[in-house]
Design a protein around this ligand. Structure first.
Ligand SMILES: *Cc1c(COP(=O)(O)O)cnc(C)c1O
Length: 406
């Protein structure tokens, strides 16, 4: 069967999105990856080491939990795929573990990465410590100030954190620095990208590493309900890696509705948002063609979201294709709706989710599901990193001991 959703074609295209738009100087690095990633990932010794680490180091399989009180409240069946229980607190390590093993087999002795909020930087620093490999993380100067705990984590794990001091001093500038570094170290360095973005083969490679999420969901749902298939799979989308992983093994199942939730910030039309599919136009960002938020003359628009992990002006090419083809349903949730959903999950289920994840949960208030529906949410991460935001932006909710109103 020819599948246009799970994998891109040999040039890296999902429909009209994807490809590899890179400077001449990077051709060698990217071509080496394109030529070797599938072969390396297919080797038995690679798969053996990956499976052992996913199990013994990351803590997989993560549970699939039937959220009883949340289900009762919304009159349907809600399962949470607990990526928040992965080592380091989110799904990102599924990908960094895979890429460090790949880098090792490519003979690379040095890892670089870029990070915005620091979550991908921490996941990268973690696997570099695990393997004893040099790690350099580029981070906008402004983000370094805003995300001090994650900077400290990376340093404690032995990574060098290099400030990007140009432009807006945020993620986009850190990415430019990482690309510059890669050009200067083509022989010994692997660049670990943290989501299903970047030039081919990154979107496909990262989606494959994250697809363990939906492989497990199918098995676990079968054990719990007798059927491998949910009616709906839901996930928040920044670049789209947790969503790609949660959707992957359901993309070919026409009865399963795929729902992606973007960050609407202060509102989709407020000018302070990160709802890429609602606002974006085709364009090239970070080496691939996708949808991105831009001005009429093609300048990238600064996104806004209360959650740093969704504060990204683009979306991976797989998701742009899911949107454009109609295979995926794309919805959004505002900062306030996400805060409400985070407190609701805390009080109904005793689980404090990451702010990113809370955007997906917020959809329960905006869309009605049937009593017999089986929803699976990707619970992409835990909320420890967001406590200072919950304490400030959520201060009013914090002081109400109102279990009964939920
Ligand atoms: C980074 C992050 C995201 C967003 O990244 P994707 O690539 O879209 O998954 C979502 N949730 C959490 C907890 C994150 O750390």
């Amino acid at each position: 069967m020819i599948n246009t959703y799970q994998h891109p074609d040999e040039r890296g295209y999902y429909g009209v999105f994807g490809g590899a738009f890179i400077p001449e100087m990077l051709h060698r690095n990217v071509e080496e990856l394109q030529e070797r990633y599938l072969q390396i990932m297919g080797e038995a010794s690679f798969q053996k080491e990956l499976q052992e680490l996913l199990s013994d180091y990351v803590g997989r399989p993560t549970p699939l939990y039937l959220a009883v009180r949340l289900s009762r409240k919304y009159g349907t069946n809600i399962y949470l795929k607990r990526e928040d229980l992965c080592h380091t607190g989110a799904h990102k390590i599924n990908n960094t573990i895979g890429q460090i093993l790949l880098a090792e087999r490519l003979g690379k002795k040095r890892i670089i990465a870029e990070t915005g909020a620091g979550q991908h930087g921490v996941a990268t620093a973690t696997v570099c410590a695990l393997k004893g490999v040099e790690c350099v993380v580029f981070m906008g100067e402004k983000d370094i100030q805003r995300q001090a705990p994650n900077v400290a984590r990376m340093k404690m794990l032995g990574a060098k954190v290099v400030p990007a001091t140009s432009g807006s001093k945020t993620l986009k500038d850190a990415t430019n620095e990482a690309i510059r570094d890669w050009i200067n170290h083509p022989g010994d360095t692997h660049y670990i990208i943290g989501s299903v973005v970047g030039p081919h083969p990154y979107p496909d490679m990262v989606a494959r590493f994250q697809s363990v999420i939906s492989a497990e969901i199918r098995k676990q749902l079968k054990e719990k309900t007798g059927s491998e298939l949910p009616t709906h799979v839901l996930a928040c989308v920044g670049g789209g890696s947790n969503a790609a992983g949660a959707f992957f093994h359901f993309l070919d199942e026409p009865t399963v509705e795929i729902i992606a939730i973007e960050a609407a910030g202060h509102g989709v039309d407020s000018g302070m948002s990160a709802a890429t599919t609602q606002l974006g136009l085709p364009g090239i960002l970070h080496g691939s063609k996708s949808l991105l938020m831009q001005t009429p003359d093609g300048q990238v628009v600064e996104p806004h979201s209360i959650s740093a992990g969704l504060d990204y002006p683009g979306i991976g090419p797989m998701h742009a294709h899911l949107y454009a083809s109609g295979r995926g349903t794309f919805l959004s949730a505002t900062d306030e709706e996400a805060l409400d959903a985070a407190f609701e999950l805390a009080r109904l289920e005793g689980i404090i989710p990451a702010l990113e994840t809370a955007h997906a949960l917020a959809i329960l208030k905006k869309r009605k599901f049937k009593e017999q529906d089986r929803l699976v949410f990707s619970l992409s991460g835990r909320g420890d990193k967001d406590m200072s935001t919950y304490m400030t932006a959520g201060a009013e909710r914090m002081d109400k001991n109102d279990h009964h109103s939920y």
